[in-house]
Write a protein that binds this ligand. Structure first.
Ligand code: ZN
Length: 159
């Protein structure tokens, strides 16, 4: 069993909701280890009740099938935080048109929303932006608009 090859393969699995970034970029993959019959992957779901969790586990099993039996273990503590998104992941999000979390705002998305960050437009880099909606295509994002180029964009809320 080539654990390095398995690690490389795992690093190519995209997030089902934001295919521009991988599970490793998002910091969801906590560990990969060898087991007697294959590999075990430890994942921390992005937030509790995320419907993508089962999908992510299936994608990981399919990607690593050639390495033997794949055990997916969900580790819910410590809880995933947007702080775990890698520098590379943040860059990919920005290029994809989603502004990555600007700071960590502790426990609540409520608080994170009330203290609105100063966001720069991911398309024209303009500094004049406004929030259109507290929710985006998924509950973890909010919808914004750039006043300078008029384009809407999404912001990945810190939590
Ligand atoms: Zn703009």
């Amino acid at each position: 069993m080539n654990l390095a090859a398995a690690r490389e393969r795992l690093a190519t699995v995209p997030d089902p909701e934001i295919p521009a970034v991988t599970l490793v970029d998002l910091g969801i993959v906590r560990d990969l280890r060898e087991t007697p019959g294959g590999v075990e992957v430890v994942l921390t779901p992005t937030y509790s009740g995320c419907p993508a969790t089962e999908l992510i586990a299936d994608d990981v099993r399919a990607a690593l099938a050639e390495f033997g039996d794949v055990t997916v273990t969900l580790q819910r503590a410590p809880a995933w935080s947007t702080d775990w998104i890698s520098a590379e992941g943040r860059e990919k999000l920005q290029q994809y048109g989603i502004v990555p979390p600007q700071c960590h705002v502790g426990d609540g998305s409520e608080q994170a929303i009330r203290v609105l960050p100063r966001l720069r437009c991911p398309r024209c880099d303009g500094g004049k932006t406004e929030q259109l909606s507290r929710f985006g295509s998924t509950p973890c994002k909010s919808t914004w608009r750039c006043i300078e180029c008029g384009e809407p964009f999404e912001y990945f809320k810190p939590f």
